[in-house]
Unconditional design. Structure first.
Length: 253
């Protein structure tokens, strides 16, 4: 008498059907939460991959990969990893991204730069590098489903933090850097464009419509705005904020 039971093919088909049902139930039960948690799981996996790859490279070479050897990332600065240079925003911070294309690192220790599930290309991976107060490199996701921050501290250090105001590169805590250490201000006799920067790289200079260094008190234009003049005989005047010119000086009314 033939004994009853499942054949191997029947078992495989049964397992497949049960798996499909389980997946359907899993997705159907609060799908947004399930998808979000799945994406967060991938984010953690990506961050671990990046951190471990850099640790292995550093153990082999005694230094971090050249792409990550930056001294211009300050404590808690969030600089996005990318494949080509551009200005990117991460968690409210807008900075020049960190280009990762070192072939001694990519393809050897890390197959490619991981891309966050919410992003579509490695030109903006959605993952950032930052410096901890100890100097250690930390990697994080610019956004996550739980919205409670997702960051992983590695076991390697960034070079000592330093920036140079006046080198033409906006770095670290610099608001601007126009490549010089000149203090531009209204009344210095030089018409300064909008992209000029303060001597300490902390503020962007407003656009000047004019700038004369000869100041004459008690002179107003026809709208009641105090103005300065280039010379008493020229008849050309500049308002006191260096924003606009006037060709007539009216007495105060």
């Amino acid at each position: 008498m033939k004994e009853g039971g499942f054949t191997l093919v029947e078992l495989i088909i049964t397992i497949a059907i049960v798996s499909l049902i389980a997946i359907a139930v899993f997705i159907a039960t609060n799908p947004a939460k399930r998808i979000g948690e799945t994406q967060d799981s991938r984010r953690w996996s990506d961050l671990v991959s990046i951190a471990r790859a850099i640790e292995l490279y550093t153990a082999d070479y005694g230094d971090v990969p050249s792409d990550f050897s930056t001294s211009t990332v300050g404590v808690n600065d969030k600089v996005v990893l990318c494949s080509s240079g551009s200005t990117l925003t991460c968690d409210g911070q807008t900075k020049g991204c960190l280009v990762v294309d070192d072939t001694d690192f990519l393809g050897v220790y890390l197959n490619n730069i991981p891309v966050d599930p919410s992003k579509s290309a490695d030109t903006d991976t959605g993952y950032y590098l930052t410096r901890k107060s100890s100097g250690l490199i930390s990697f994080g996701a610019c956004s996550d489903y739980q919205s409670d921050g997702m960051e992983l501290v590695s076991k390697v250090y960034l070079p000592t933090y330093s920036i140079t105001c006046g080198d033409g590169l906006t770095q670290g805590d610099e608001v601007c850097d126009d490549g010089n250490l000149v203090t531009e201000y209204c009344g210095d006799g030089t018409k300064n464009p909008a992209d000029t920067c303060s001597a300490d790289c902390s503020t962007v200079h407003d656009a000047e419509g004019c700038d004369y260094d000869s100041w004459v008190g008690g002179c107003w234009d026809m709208f009641g705005t105090e103005i300065t003049e280039i010379s008493p005989s020229s008849g050309t005047y500049c308002d006191i904020a260096c924003t606009s010119r006037s060709f007539v000086c009216w007495p105060e009314s």
